[in-house]
Design a protein around this ligand. Structure first.
Ligand code: 3HC
Ligand code: NAI
Length: 648
C-alpha cells in the first residue's frame, strides 16, 4: 500500500510511502484519491493531513511514467478533487516538495513545513512546465513575480522564504506530524480559506513584463522557460479554468518535445554514473581530514569545496609564500560564500578553524585522503607521491587531479599502488558539478568507493573513467579542438566557429574558451609532446604562432581575439595569420555554414567517444553525455553528443 490512512481522533493522517522520493506514480494518485474519498465519507473525521514517509515529501510526478500512456486519475484532476473536498486538508512537508508534490500541497487548504524543507517547481529543468495547476495556483497564491522566479529558475526556496511569500502557513522545528495534527486541530472548525483558484493574482505589470521579457530572452533556444512565461501570463490574464486548460496543453506538448526527452535522459544518466558494479556493497573508507597538495587555481578550489562539505583540510605548498597565497585564495572563496549569503558567519568561522596549512608533509600524518594538485609535470608529481608515502598513514588514500598524465605510472611509483586514484575536478572546483573518478589498473575497490562517497558528499556528479590521455572529457575536447584547428585552416574563422557553437547552445565557442583559460598551458603540453607526435598526422600550428607572439589570451590582452576593456574584437593580425597559414600549406579556403561547422565538431566528438567506449575507458555512452554536459558546456537540453546521435 503506497498510501495509507489512519486517524488520530477526528484528524485523518494520509501517509504516502513510495520510496525513494515518494514520486507520484499511478498507484500514489489512485491511493490519494481513495484516501480523500474515505475522509469525505467518514463522519467521524473533520480534517486530513497528507504526510510522507522516509526522507522527503513528494518529489514530483514519477518521471519514469512520462514515457508511458497516461492513466487515470490524472494528476491535475486529483489536485482539483483534493481542493474541492468538504473537509480541510493540510500538507505536512519535510525534505523537498517539488513539482507535482508542491502542486498537491497547493491543492490542500494549508501547508505546514519543517524548517529544513525546500519547496519548488523544477519542471523547467526537465524541459517542462508544472502541469497540475502549479503555474496558475502559485501565481495566484504568492503573486506573479516570485512565482515566475521560482518556476523559471527551477530552484527550490527554503521553508523560511516560502513562509514569507505566503506559500506555506506555518513552520516547525521538528516533529512535523504532531505539529501538523496540532495545526489541523486548530483549523478544523474554522471557516475554510478561499480556494486559490478563486483569487486574483497580485502583480506589478511593468516589473512583471520586464521579468517575462528577460526570462524568455535568457532561454537561449530552450522551449520550457518560454512556456513558463506564457503560463504565468495566462494565469493572470485568463480565467482560472482557461489558464488551467492552457497549462495542460503546454505541458502535454512539452512532454514529447525533444528538449524534454533530452533533459530527462540526462536526469537519469546523471544518477546512474556512480553505480559502479565493481564496488557494489563495498564500503567507503571513513574520511574526516583531507590533505590538498598545491594551493594554485585547482588546489585552492578543491580545498574550498572540501571545507564547504564539512571536511577538515590541510593544505601543503612548496614554500611559505606559496602557502600564504594558496590559503588566502581558499579563504577568499569562503568569504565570497559568506558575502553572498550562502553560508552563515558561524559556519564561515567553523570552516576557517577547520583549515590549516603547512610546508611540511608531517602535517598529513592524520589525513585520510590526499588530493594532489601541483604543476602538471610527471616528475614533480612523483616526488609529491614519494613524500606522501613517507608521511601518511598506511591506509590513507591518494588522489591526483592531473588533467592528462598517466595515473597508472604515478601509482606504480608509490609503495602501494592500490590506494592511488585520480580525482579530476573542473575549474572552479567548488562550483563545477563534474568529477571524473579515474580508476587505475591497480586501484582497490575501497579507494574507488571512497572516491564515489567523496563526490557525493561534495555534491558532484562522479563519472568513472579509465586511464588514458585526458580521460573522458579532455580527450574528447582535445579531439574537437584539433578539428576546429582544421576548420580554421580550411576556411572558417575563429569567430565563425565560436558563433556556430554558441548558436548550438554552448555558453562559448572553443576559441573564446581557450582565450579565457590561457593558451600557454596547452602550448606547453604540445611542446612536451612534439617529439612523440606522429609526423604523418595533420598539425595546425596557428595556436603555437600566437603563443610565440606572446598572445596567451585574455590575461595578456590578446589571443585568438583582441581584448579592450574585457570586450573581444576580431583582430586582423590573427585573420591574416590564418589566411597565410592556409596559403602556405596549399589549402584553398572554402567558406562553411554554421551547420557544417557543428556537423564536423559533433562527428569528431562521436568518433572519439566511440573509441573511448571501445577501449573501456567509459562505462557507458550515457556517462560520456554526462561529462560533456557537465564539464564542457554541451547544451543540456540536447542531451549530449551520443544521445543526439540516437535521437536526432
Ligand atoms: N520520478 C521518478 N524517479 C525519481 C524522481 C521523480 N520525480 N525524482 C527522483 N527520482 C529517483 C532518482 O532517479 C533516483 O533513482 P535511483 O536511486 O534509481 O537512481 C532516486 O529517486 C533518488 O534520487 P536522487 O539520487 O536524485 O536523490 P537526492 O536525494 O540526491 O535528490 C531530489 C532528491 C531532490 C528529489 C531529486 O531526486 C530531484 O530533484 N528529483 C526530481 C524532482 C523533479 O524534477 N520533480 C518534478 C517532476 S515533473 C512533475 O512533477 C510534473 C508535474 O508538474 C505534472
Ligand atoms: P597552478 O599552477 O595554479 O597551481 C599549482 C600549485 O602547485 C602552485 O601553487 C605551486 O606552488 C604548487 N606546487 C608546485 N609544486 C609543488 C610541490 N612540490 N609541493 C607543493 N606544492 C607545489 O596549477 P593548477 O591550474 O591549479 O593545476 C594543478 C593541477 O590540476 C595540474 O595537474 C593541472 O593539470 C590540474 N588541473 C587543472 C585544471 C585547470 O583548469 N587549471 C582543471 C583540472 C585539473
Amino acid at each position: 500500500m503506497v498510501v495509507s490512512v489512519r486517524s488520530v481522533q477526528d484528524v485523518a493522517i494520509v501517509t504516502i510511502e513510495n520510496p525513494p522520493v515518494n514520486a507520484i506514480s499511478h498507484a500514489v494518485r489512485q491511493g490519494l484519491l481513495d484516501a480523500k474519498q474515505q475522509i469525505e465519507a467518514d463522519p467521524a473525521i473533520k480534517a486530513g493531513i497528507i504526510v510522507c514517509a522516509d526522507r522527503t515529501f513528494i518529489a514530483g510526478a514519477d518521471i519514469r511514467e512520462f514515457n508511458t500512456p497516461p492513466k487515470e486519475p490524472h494528476l491535475p484532476d486529483l489536485v482539483i478533487a483534493l481542493e474541492g473536498g468538504k473537509k480541510p486538508l493540510v500538507a505536512a512537508i519535510h525534505g523537498t516538495a517539488l513539482g507535482g508534490g508542491l502542486e498537491i500541497a497547493l491543492g490542500c487548504d494549508y501547508r505546514i513545513a519543517i524548517n529544513s524543507a525546500k519547496l519548488g517547481l523544477p519542471e523547467v529543468n526537465l524541459g517542462l512546465i508544472p502541469g497540475a495547476g502549479g503555474t496558475v495556483r502559485l501565481t495566484r497564491l504568492i503573486s506573479a513575480e516570485p512565482a515566475l522566479d521560482i518556476m523559471i529558475s527551477g530552484k527550490p526556496v527554503s521553508a523560511d522564504r516560502a513562509k514569507n511569500l505566503g506559500l506555506i502557513d506555518a513552520t516547525c522545528d521538528d516533529d512535523l506530524q504532531n505539529s501538523a495534527i496540532a495545526f489541523a486541530n486548530r483549523i478544523k472548525d474554522e471557516p475554510r480559506p478561499s480556494q486559490i483558484l478563486t483569487r486574483m493574482a497580485d502583480y506589478d505589470r511593468a516589473a512583471l513584463d520586464k521579468k517575462l521579457t528577460a526570462g524568455a530572452a535568457k532561454a537561449r533556444g530552450q522551449n520550457s522557460p518560454v512556456a513558463v512565461c506564457q503560463a504565468v501570463r495566462n494565469a493572470i490574464e485568463m480565467s482560472a479554468h482557461d489558464a488551467l486548460a492552457a497549462e495542460r496543453k503546454l505541458f502535454v506538448e512539452l512532454k514529447s518535445d525533444p528538449q524534454s526527452l533530452a533533459l530527462r535522459h540526462i536526469f537519469f544518466a546523471e544518477r546512474a554514473t556512480s553505480k559502479i558494479s565493481a564496488i557494489k556493497g563495498v564500503p567507503a573508507a571513513p574520511v574526516n581530514q583531507i590533505g590538498i597538495i598545491g594551493g594554485g587555481t585547482m588546489g585552492a578550489g578543491i580545498a574550498a569545496a572540501c571545507l564547504l562539505a564539512g571536511f577538515d583540510v590541510v593544505m601543503i605548498e612548496r614554500n611559505d609564500e606559496a602557502l600564504a597565497q594558496g590559503m588566502s585564495r581558499t579563504k577568499a572563496t569562503l568569504a565570497n560564500s559568506l558575502k553572498r549569503g550562502l553560508i552563515t558567519q558561524a559556519k564561515h568561522d567553523r570552516l576557517i578553524a577547520a583549515f590549516t596549512g603547512s610546508i611540511s608533509y608531517i602535517a598529513l600524518a592524520d589525513a585520510d585522503l590526499v588530493i594532489e594538485a601541483v604543476f602538471e609535470d610527471m616528475e614533480i608529481k612523483k616526488a609529491v607521491f614519494d613524500a606522501l608515502d613517507q608521511a601518511c598513514k598506511a591506509d590513507a588514500i591518494f588522489a591526483t587531479n592531473t588533467s592528462y598524465l598517466d595515473i597508472d605510472e604515478i601509482a606504480q611509483s608509490t609503495i602501494n599502488p592500490t590506494r592511488v586514484i585520480g580525482l579530476h575536478f573542473f575549474s572552479p572546483a567548488h562550483i563545477m558539478k563534474l568529477l571524473e573518478l579515474v580508476t587505475t589498473k591497480t586501484a582497490n575497490p575501497t579507494a574507488i568507493a571512497t572516491g564515489v562517497a567523496l563526490g557525493k558528499r561534495l555534491g558532484k556528479i562522479t563519472v568513472p573513467s579509465g586511464v588514458c590521455d585526458g580521460f573522458i572529457g579532455n580527450r574528447i575536447m582535445s579531439a574537437y579542438r584539433r578539428t576546429c584547428d582544421y576548420l580554421i585552416e580550411d576556411g572558417a574563422l575563429p569567430a565563425d566557429v565560436d558563433a556556430a557553437m554558441r548558436d548550438f547552445g554552448f555558453p562559448m565557442g572553443i576559441f573564446e574558451m581557450q582565450d579565457l583559460a590561457g593558451l600557454d598551458i596547452a602550448w606547453a603540453m604540445r611542446k612536451r609532446r612534439a617529439a612523440t607526435r606522429d609526423p604523418q598526422e595533420r598539425y595546425v600550428d596557428i595556436a603555437d604562432t600566437l603563443c610565440e607572439m606572446g598572445r596567451f589570451g585574455r590575461k595578456t590582452g590578446s589571443g585568438w581575439y583582441q581584448y579592450e576593456n574585457g570586450k573581444a574584437t576580431i583582430d586582423p593580425t590573427v585573420t591574416d595569420l590564418i589566411l597565410q597559414t592556409s596559403a602556405r600549406n596549399g589549402i584553398t579556403r572554402a567558406s562553411m555554414t554554421a551547420d557544417e561547422i557543428m556537423a564536423q565538431i559533433l562527428a569528431t566528438m562521436r568518433t572519439e567517444a566511440a573509441a573511448i567506449l571501445d577501449e573501456g575507458i567509459a562505462n557507458s555512452a550515457d556517462d560520456i553525455d554526462v561529462v560533456m554536459v557537465n564539464g564542457y558546456g554541451f547544451p543540456r537540453w540536447k542531451g549530449g553528443p551520443l544521445f543526439m546521435a540516437l535521437k536526432p
